[in-house]
Design a protein around this ligand. Structure first.
Ligand code: GMT
Length: 381
């Protein structure tokens, strides 16, 4: 198949899923064309069969705001026409699904009797639960989801939310986030020992959180949970990523007098090394349609303490791969963390369970589900 993929190129989960999907599809022999405003951050090395097309933004003094969705539509039309694509897979509905819809209609009007391009939209999270609900987006969102030839959501929760929030009648297939379990596995290389020495004292437990530090991630709760854990268990906290809440979080650590034990590592590429020295992953999010970063941790045998929101209970099995608690219940999350970190046998079992659960979301298996979905959509089923 010849597949166009549009996604946000930044560090967010939707871009990661789209890029890893494209890379695996290319390895499976498909021709993949990324159409985005910058090179996707995970597209770091050369892979044959992968092409990248940058959306060119035209600046004109009259335009106070960049006309990204129109420029994207035109780029989609160009790439489909000159590379004879079979389908466009839009990741994160706003504005990718509506640009793809418009591109399909332009192409339809231009080549009356030739094959029609198919549009597949994957809903990732805040495109449905937050941003898409804004009155300035809602009607366009509902229309472009309904008009897609195929729609997928990354959890059952997100599928249900889409149907109830937008009164969508279209079939939505749940295709979970996935993980390369061969790459994301616990390792013990010299870099790990070096990192461990930098992070904590010998024998101390290490807690970790990775995110883009947006309010929805509740990184302040991560810090409050850690402060309570630290009262009972000698431990350190690694915070990976960056974003708008970071300064406030650094302040909170100073106020709580725990700065010495909290390492802000910023954006990092070597996640496997980092996760391999961690004992527990914290994800107390306000909203989370799936929780890809928790899956990355679980694949490296790190149990998860998370909130019970969104799709998290579909990933993190309470009492097996970690624990879940109500949003904001910092006391309970800390209690669960202390319980796990001080009970060696239970911890070992959770660690094993976390890895086994991650294997359920194995990349090969789930990319095959996407391929079948593409074929079904192309056949008009
Ligand atoms: O919806 C978002 O906040 C953006 C998106 C991203 O690009 O980071 O994250 C979502 O998509 C991921 C990949 O499908 C999911 O694993 C995340 O749970 C989801 N984030 C939220 O729902 C907050």
């Amino acid at each position: 198949m010849k597949i166009g993929i549009t996604c946000y190129p930044t560090y967010g989960g939707s871009g990661v899923v789209a890029t890893e999907l494209g890379k695996t599809l290319a390895m499976n022999g498909h021709e993949v064309h990324f159409i985005s405003y910058a090179l996707p951050s995970r597209l770091t090395s050369f892979v044959g069969n992968i092409f990248y097309h940058e959306v060119e933004m035209y600046k004109y003094p009259v335009f106070d705001y960049p006309l990204y969705s129109i420029a994207l539509t035109s780029k989609m039309v160009e790439v489909v026409k000159f590379h004879d694509l079979d389908l466009i897979h839009a990741h994160y509905a706003i504005p990718h699904a509506s640009s793809a819809y418009m591109a399909r209609e332009i192409l339809k009007s231009e080549r009356k009797n030739s094959k029609n391009i198919k549009i597949i939209t994957t809903l990732h999270g805040t495109d449905i639960t937050l941003v898409g609900l804004e009155p300035s987006f809602l009607p366009t969102m509902r229309f472009s989801i309904e008009q897609s030839d195929g729609v997928t959501a990354v959890s059952k929760y997100l599928k249900d939310k889409t149907i109830s929030n937008y009164q969508i009648e279209k079939d939505i297939e749940v295709i979970y986030n996935f993980i390369d379990t061969e790459k994301y596995k616990r390792i013990n290389v010299p870099e790990c020992s070096l990192l461990r020495r930098n992070i904590s004292k010998k024998g101390d437990k290490i807690l970790v959180h990775t995110s883009n530090f947006r309010p929805v991630k509740r990184v302040d709760d991560v810090i409050k949970i850690f402060a309570k854990v630290r009262e009972k268990v000698p431990s350190s906290l690694m915070l990976i990523g960056d974003g708008p809440e970071r300064s406030a979080c650094e302040r909170l650590c100073r106020e709580l007098g725990i700065s010495e034990y909290v390492k802000f590592l910023g954006k990092q590429e070597s996640l496997v090394e980092i996760l391999s020295i961690a004992d527990l992953f914290l994800m107390p999010s306000q909203s989370e349609s799936f929780g890809l970063s928790a899956l990355e941790a679980m694949s490296c045998e790190v149990p998860v303490i998370s909130s019970s929101v969104g799709g998290l209970p579909e990933l993190n099995l309470h009492g097996e791969t970690g624990y879940i608690a109500e949003i904001g219940d910092v006391d309970r999350m800390a209690k669960y963390a202390i319980d796990l970190l001080t009970n060696e046998n239970k911890y070992k079992l959770f660690r094993k369970n976390a890895r086994e659960r991650a294997e359920y979301f194995n990349e090969e298996k789930i990319v095959r589900v996407y391929e079948n979905f593409y074929e079904k959509t192309l056949a008009g089923k």
